[in-house]
Write a protein that binds this ligand. Structure first.
Ligand code: ZN
Length: 412
C-alpha cells in the first residue's frame, strides 16, 4: 500500500520523458466479426476500452484504444523474435523497439461513420480479414476505401481465423485477398495468416508492422493540430469545488506538439464559437507527459468547466493554437468524387435535399445537399464545422436504412 502511494507521488513530481508516449496510431479495421478485438488483445495483452453498452451488444461502438510496446530478442538469432514482453521465450532479454497505440474501429455497418472519423488519426492500419469467409465482405471494402481517402497507405493484412479454415479454403481466401488488394492499389501490402485466439503468428505480424508502418517524422516547424475523439469530466459527483479538475480532451496530435501551459483553442466549439483554454496536464497510457507529440493517443487536461467536456461533447473538434484554424462555417462547396462500390446497381448522384454525413477530420456532421453549381455541390451543415481548403472529406449517405460510404469530397 505504502509503495503504491510512493509510486503515485513520484509520478506526480516527475513527468515521464516524452519518448514514452506511443509514437504511432495503428488502426484496427475490418468487417464486424472478423476478430479485431481479439487480435487487439493478442497484440496488447488487453482488451480495448469498452463501456457497458458495447459489452451488451458485443461490439465496439466507439473508437477503442490500447497501447502496447513491441520488443525484439537479440539472442534468438536468425529468427523474427518479436513480442510484447521484455522477457523472450528463450529466456533472453528482449530489446524495446517502440510503443504504439492501436485504434480499434467498429466494423458494424451502422457504425461506419465512427470508423471513418478514426481513420483521420491513423498513420497505418491492420486490415483484419477472416480466412473462413469470402473476401471482400462489404465492410472490408468500405474500410479499405476509407483508409485510402484518409491517405493511410501503410497497411498490413491479418488473415485471421486460419484455425477455422481448411488448408484449401485458406489458400483460396489468401488469393482472394491478394486480388482484392491489387484492385484497390495496395498490391504491396503484406498478408500474415494468424489465429488471434491462439496467439499464432502474432510475432510475425509484429515483425510486419515494424517493417511496414514506420514512425511518422515529426515536423517541428508545423503548428499544433490535434483531433479530439473523446472528452470527459473526471470529477466524481459531489466533488468539492476546490478539488474540481478541468475538462479532459482525449485524442491525437496530427502535427506539431503541445506542452503544459500552452494556450489552445478548440473549434468549432459550441454553436460555432471556438473555445479558448489552457493546457494544465498531459497524459498518455504510460503516465504523465511534459510535452506531447504527434502519434499515440493522449489526454489533454484543460482549465475548462468540466461540463463542457463531459460525455464526449467535444468529440470531433480540432485543437490548435488560438486563431490558427479557419472560422467555423455552415455552408460548404465540395468537389465530389464517387467511389466504386460492390453493389452494381447504385446511383452515383446526390439529390437536392438529400441528407449526408460528412467526415471532416475526426468530426462526423450532418448536412443537406442545397444544390449544384458547375460540378460543385453545395452542402448546408446542421451545425458549424471547421474545414480547411483542399481537405479530403468522406461522404456517406443513407441507402436501404444504412449509412454507406459513397464518395470523397475536396473542400473548395
Ligand atoms: Zn529470444
Amino acid at each position: 500500500m505504502k509503495k503504491a502511494k510512493e509510486k503515485k507521488s513520484r509520478e506526480k513530481k516527475q513527468p515521464l520523458a516524452v519518448d514514452e508516449q506511443a509514437v504511432v496510431n495503428i488502426g484496427m479495421v475490418g468487417h464486424v466479426d472478423h476478430g479485431k478485438t481479439s487480435l487487439t488483445q493478442a497484440l496488447t495483452g488487453k482488451w480495448t476500452e469498452t463501456h457497458s453498452e458495447e459489452l451488451k451488444r458485443g461490439i465496439s461502438i466507439r473508437l477503442g484504444y490500447a497501447d502496447t510496446t513491441f520488443y525484439k530478442c537479440p539472442e534468438c538469432k536468425g529468427k523474427e523474435a518479436y513480442g510484447i514482453k521484455k522477457e523472450c521465450h528463450c529466456g533472453g532479454r528482449a530489446e524495446k523497439l517502440r510503443t504504439v497505440s492501436f485504434v480499434d474501429a467498429p466494423g458494424h455497418e451502422t457504425l461506419l461513420t465512427t470508423m471513418l472519423s478514426g481513420a483521420a488519426l491513423m498513420q497505418g492500419a491492420i486490415l483484419v480479414i477472416a480466412a473462413n469467409e469470402e473476401c471482400p465482405q462489404p465492410q472490408t471494402k468500405e474500410h479499405l476505401t476509407a483508409l485510402k481517402i484518409a491517405g493511410v497507405q501503410n497497411i498490413v493484412v491479418a488473415q485471421n481465423k486460419i484455425d477455422l479454415a481448411g488448408k484449401e479454403e485458406a489458400i483460396k481466401n489468401y488469393n482472394q485477398i491478394k486480388e482484392f488488394l491489387k484492385k484497390n492499389g495496395f498490391e504491396n501490402a503484406v498478408i500474415i495468416p494468424v489465429a488471434a485466439h491462439f496467439g499464432t503468428n502474432i510475432d510475425l505480424l509484429i515483425g510486419a508492422i515494424e517493417k511496414t508502418i514506420p514512425t511518422p517524422k515529426t515536423d517541428e516547424s508545423k503548428e499544433l493540430k490535434a483531433y479530439c475523439v473523446r472528452s470527459f469530466d473526471v470529477n466524481r459527483p459531489g466533488a468539492k469545488i476546490s478539488e474540481l479538475k478541468g475538462g479532459i480532451i482525449g485524442g491525437s496530435i496530427i502535427q506539431g506538439k503541445i506542452k503544459i501551459g500552452d494556450k489552445i483553442e478548440i473549434s468549432p466549439g459550441i454553436d460555432g464559437k471556438p473555445i479558448g483554454t489552457k493546457v494544465t496536464s498531459l497524459n498518455c497510457a504510460q503516465g504523465l507527459l511534459k510535452e506531447a507529440r504527434a502519434g499515440g493517443l493522449i489526454g489533454i487536461g484543460t482549465s475548462l468547466d468540466p461540463s463542457i467536456t463531459q460525455n464526449d461533447r467535444m468529440r470531433g473538434q480540432v485543437v490548435a493554437l488560438p486563431g490558427k484554424m479557419p472560422k467555423p462555417v455552415k455552408s460548404l462547396s465540395l468537389k465530389i468524387n464517387f467511389i466504386e462500390r460492390l453493389a452494381a446497381k447504385v446511383e452515383n448522384k446526390l439529390k437536392t435535399n438529400e441528407i449526408l454525413v460528412l467526415t471532416i477530420g475526426a468530426m462526423t456532421a450532418l448536412g443537406t445537399v442545397a444544390g449544384e453549381k458547375q460540378g460543385t455541390v453545395l452542402v448546408e451543415m446542421k451545425m458549424p464545422v471547421v474545414i480547411e481548403k483542399g481537405q479530403k472529406i468522406a461522404v456517406s449517405k443513407k441507402e436501404a436504412g444504412r449509412w454507406r460510404l459513397v464518395a470523397y469530397a475536396i473542400a473548395e
